[in-house]
Each structure stands twice: as structure tokens, then as C-alpha cells.
Write a protein that binds this ligand. Structure first.
Ligand code: DSN
Length: 421
């Protein structure tokens, strides 16, 4: 499908009115069509979700909640928000859902506001071991306004050190314990974390942004039965619009809703709220459940194939949608690998590995994920091909060789076109 056909008649209007931005839309579509998207937090949302995002719902102010808005004319958007809430509660078996957060970071800020006060102690996974900026990084509001205690992974197996987590919790008595990460390839033991939270009287918060799509597809265990509150983004494996969401036990419903609005946000983005509803319905289908399982099969295959190219899979492999590879054996840093792969049309990111001797801007690792390539229909054979592309790209600084790999990437992506239907 050509780019012009993809965007439809409205694109002609945009082209005439604003050729500069029209050109960006075309070139970004082409970039996504012709390069390999291995960023673990990205995906290709459906055309139905894109249509919803580009709708007149974008025009409506709807501060408040369905039936309790501050503006008139919310009858139609109320329907969309109620559908989104009901679908979220059904899909995840949750007692309460708030579908308004603009992003994962917004959802997390609302969680802090609902359960803590500045100066309280929170316990979360450290960023160098796979956590997230909003889990207490010094450069983030969370690290500036809270007393942050961290846990990490063991040096010997690179898996969460639950003994350290429990010891730190007993010693520091956190108000809230956060689990969930951006670069942790294994599963989190929510039962263990619940027990620790109960022992020390902490709120159990799970930031499930990375893996919630796998939970939605019933491919991995859910944190929802255990956690007081689960926050996440809707655009990763979940394959919805950019945005955030919060699930909570009924007893926390009022606190969460007050924290999102009026606590930290004004009017919700109703086109995104409706887009979340569309995505949640897609997630409830057998096709999506197969997709979620395939994402993991592909991630395991990609990690194994990269290991056979001489790299090392952190945590002994992956049980999720992403692999964190220690690439020190190649003699190349994560930064250089990221740049060389970029020149070869392979989009992924440099990433610190646990106990990384390199600075965060350099790193000894790369993070690769399979949500987008699996949406394209790629399978294990393609993961092996991709691993060989990565290995070849990492090992050369010859521009002609990188350009030759890019040509092979084009040929591969042409066999798995995005947005054909
Ligand atoms: N930026 C996201 C990621 O790539 O993991 C986390 O917010």
C-alpha cells in the first residue's frame, strides 16, 4: 500500500494546507514500513485505533468522569469512556479502572498522589537494574520528592533479589513497594511481593507498562489479583493508542480517580480514551492471545539466536517480549551497536546491563523486543535472520556493509508489510 493510500482523502487536504507536516507523515510511515522496529516498548497499533485517534473526539473537553463532567455536551464521549472502563475491568478482572492518564508517567504520578506524601519512603527497582525514571530516579520528580530505597537483581543470576527486597522493606518500612521494570526479561513473582507488602504494611504497586499486553493475552501471570494498584501504558505489547491506564482494588477507586482528576490532569484526551476501548476489545480476541504467545516465542528465539552469535542474554534468557543482551564479547559498546544497527535499518536501543561498568550513555548492552515484528507476522525463522543482521551490523563500521544489510532489511520488511488491511 502506498503512503498516500494509507492516509486516505484527508491526507490530500493536509498536503495542500501543510506540505511540511504531510511530508513528515509520509516519511515516518515509510521508515516504519522499511526498517525493523525492535524497540521493546513500541508496536503497530491497528487502523481502527488510528481512525479513532484521528476523530472528532479530539475536539471535546470532558473534565471529570462519565455523568459528572464540568462541561456540557459530554453524552457521546461518556459512552466511549464507560465502554473503555468496562472493557478494562472485564479483560483484567479488575475491580476498578481509570482510563484517563495521558501516559505511563502520568499514571505513575497519580499513583504517588493517591497513596503517598512528599518525603515518604518508597521501595522500587533501581534504574540501572531495569527500573524506570518514575520509580525514584534522582532526575525525576519521584527521586526529588520521595525518600527512595532501591532493590536490584543478584549479580550471579541477574534475577530480582527477593531476599534483598524483603530485608530493605523490613529495614526502611516503605509506604509503597513498586515492582515492574523497563528492561527485565524475566517474570516478577507477585505472590512474593504481596507477602512482603503485607509483612511491612506497604501498598503494592505494579508498574506493568512493559508486560501488561502479555497479561491481556493470557500469556503470562497477572499482577491484578495481588496488587493494590497496577499502572501501565497502552501502546506497548497491548498495541493500543499512546496513553496510560490504572487498575485498582475497589477500596482505592476514589483515591485513584481523585488523583488523576483533578489531582494531576485536566481534560482527558477523549480520542485516546476511545482508542483504548478499541484496543481492549482487540485484546479480548483469540487472535490477540495467539499474538501475545508468539511475541514471547519470538523473543526467546531472538535471544537464543543472538547468543549463538556470541552475545549473552542477561537473566539467562527471556520469559517476556524483550531480551537484554550483554554484548561485551563483541568488543563494541551498546552506543556503537545502536548507531551501527541504525545505519543498517535496525531500530533498537542501547541499554545498561546489571552491574554495567559503562556509563548509562554508553552501556554494555542492547535491548531488543518483538512486539512490532510479531504484529507484522514474523516468526522464529525471521528472528534468526534478524539476529544475523544485528551481529553483522554490530561488528562493522564499514558504511557499504551497513548499507548492504539495510538492503536485506528492506527485502525482509517487504515480505511482512504493515497496514495492509
Ligand atoms: N520509554 C519506555 C521504554 O522504552 O521502556 C519506558 O517508559
Amino acid at each position: 500500500m502506498s503512503a498516500e493510500t494509507f492516509y486516505g482523502p484527508d491526507f490530500n487536504l493536509l498536503s495542500q494546507q501543510d506540505p511540511d507536516i504531510a511530508a513528515v507523515l509520509l516519511s515516518e510511515l515509510k521508515r516504519q514500513q522499511t526498517s525493523l522496529q525492535l524497540i521493546a516498548s513500541e508496536n503497530f497499533t491497528s487502523r481502527a485505533v488510528l481512525a479513532t485517534l484521528g476523530s472528532t473526539l479530539s475536539n471535546k473537553y470532558a473534565e471529570g468522569y462519565p455523568g459528572k463532567r464540568y462541561y456540557g455536551g459530554c453524552e457521546e464521549v461518556d459512552k466511549a469512556e464507560i465502554i473503555a472502563i468496562d472493557r478494562a475491568k472485564d479483560l483484567f478482572g479488575a475491580e476498578h479502572a481509570n482510563v484517563q492518564p495521558h501516559s505511563g508517567a502520568s499514571a505513575n504520578i497519580a499513583v504517588y498522589l493517591a497513596f503517598t506524601k512528599p518525603g515518604d519512603t518508597i521501595l522500587a527497582m533501581s534504574l540501572p537494574h531495569g527500573g524506570h525514571l518514575t520509580h525514584g530516579s534522582k532526575v525525576n520528580f519521584s527521586g526529588k520528592w520521595f525518600n527512595v530505597e532501591s532493590y536490584g537483581v543478584r549479580q550471579d543470576n541477574e534475577l530480582i533479589d527477593y531476599d534483598e527486597l524483603r530485608d530493605t522493606a523490613i529495614r526502611t518500612k516503605p509506604k509503597m513497594i513498586c515492582s515492574g521494570a523497563t528492561a527485565y526479561p524475566s517474570l516478577v513473582d507477585f505472590e512474593k511481593i504481596r507477602a512482603i507488602c503485607d509483612e511491612v504494611g506497604a501498598i503494592m504497586w505494579v508498574d506493568a507498562a512493559h508486560f501488561i499486553g502479555l497479561v491481556a493475552g493470557k500469556a503470562i501471570p497477572s499482577p491484578v489479583p495481588y496488587a493494590d494498584v497496577v499502572s501501565f501504558t497502552t501502546h506497548k505489547v497491548l498495541r493500543g493508542p499512546r496513553g496510560g491506564m490504572i487498575l485498582a482494588k475497589a477500596e482505592h477507586a476514589a483515591a485513584i480517580d481523585k488523583a488523576v482528576f483533578p489531582g494531576i490532569q485536566g481534560g482527558p484526551v477523549m480520542s485516546a480514551v476511545a482508542g483504548k476501548a478499541v484496543a481492549l476489545a482487540e485484546c479480548a480476541t483469540p487472535a490477540y492471545q495467539n499474538y501475545a504467545k508468539d511475541v514471547i516465542v519470538n523473543a526467546k528465539a531472538l535471544a537464543a539466536a543472538l547468543e549463538s552469535e556470541g552475545m549473552r542474554a542477561v537473566s539467562g534468557g527471556t520469559q517476556t517480549h524483550l531480551a537484554l543482551m550483554d554484548i561485551r564479547s563483541t568488543g563494541v559498546t551498546g552506543k556503537v551497536a545502536d548507531e551501527r544497527c541504525g545505519l543498517a535499518g535496525i531500530v533498537m536501543n542501547k541499554n545498561s546491563i546489571p552491574y554495567d561498568p559503562e556509563k548509562p550513555g554508553i552501556t554494555s548492552g542492547i535491548r531488543v523486543g518483538t512486539p512490532a515484528t510479531t504484529t507484522q507476522g514474523m516468526g522464529v525463522a525471521e528472528m534468526q535472520t534478524i539476529a544475523s543482521f544485528i551481529a553483522r551490523a554490530i561488528k562493522t563500521d564499514d558504511e557499504k556493509t551497513l548499507a548492504a544489510i539495510k538492503t536485506e532489511v528492506h527485502a525482509l520488511t517487504a515480505r511482512f508489510p504493515i497496514y495492509t488491511a
